[in-house]
Design a protein around this ligand. Structure first.
Ligand code: ZN
Ligand code: ZN
Length: 161
């Protein structure tokens, strides 16, 4: 089979064309990926333009630089983090403040020393501190009794019957 230079150059041209098309597609998709990624990470339009420009000019090297310098968290992750922190702070505040006067209280206080609001009740059987709405003691299983206001309304009902 004789060597045919024209068919060889045809294949070569085809390969070069294919390679060029591939790199053009890769270049374009890197730019699109960077644009989407930076859009999820910052609202600063200058940073967005800069990130896309770096990748557009330097291509794969630009991606490396971008991956090193980009903000560590996406806006969504940042938002979730803020929510979690707020929920945590709120839980801590709720545990340690008096519902009557809003002053700080301790976990083991039964009554607020400032406004005399009842904070906790003690179990009639094991004397551990229970939350006011609990009707049964979680430590020993004894009936914890009603809250003072509920018990008076109950006795009123009994008197009426
Ligand atoms: Zn109080
Ligand atoms: Zn108990």
């Amino acid at each position: 089979m004789p060597f045919d230079p024209s068919s060889f150059s045809g294949i070569f041209q085809y390969l070069v064309g294919f390679g060029a098309a591939f790199f053009a597609a890769l270049w374009l998709s890197l730019i699109i990926w960077t644009f989407r990624d930076i859009r999820a990470r910052t609202r600063d339009s200058f940073a967005r333009i800069l990130a896309v420009l770096v990748v557009a000019v330097l291509n794969v090297l630009g991606i490396v630089i971008y991956l090193i310098l980009r903000p560590g968290r996406t806006l969504e992750e940042e938002y979730q983090r803020t929510l979690e922190e707020e929920a945590l702070l709120k839980a801590i505040e709720e545990i340690n403040t008096c519902p009557g006067c809003g002053r700080h209280t301790r976990e083991d206080w039964v009554i607020c020393p400032t406004c005399q609001t009842r904070l906790k009740k003690s179990c009639p059987a094991c004397h551990k501190l229970l939350e006011l709405p609990w009707s049964i003691c979680p430590y020993c299983g004894a009936a914890a009794g009603e809250t003072p206001s509920a018990s008076t309304s109950n006795s009123d009902q009994l008197l009426q019957v």
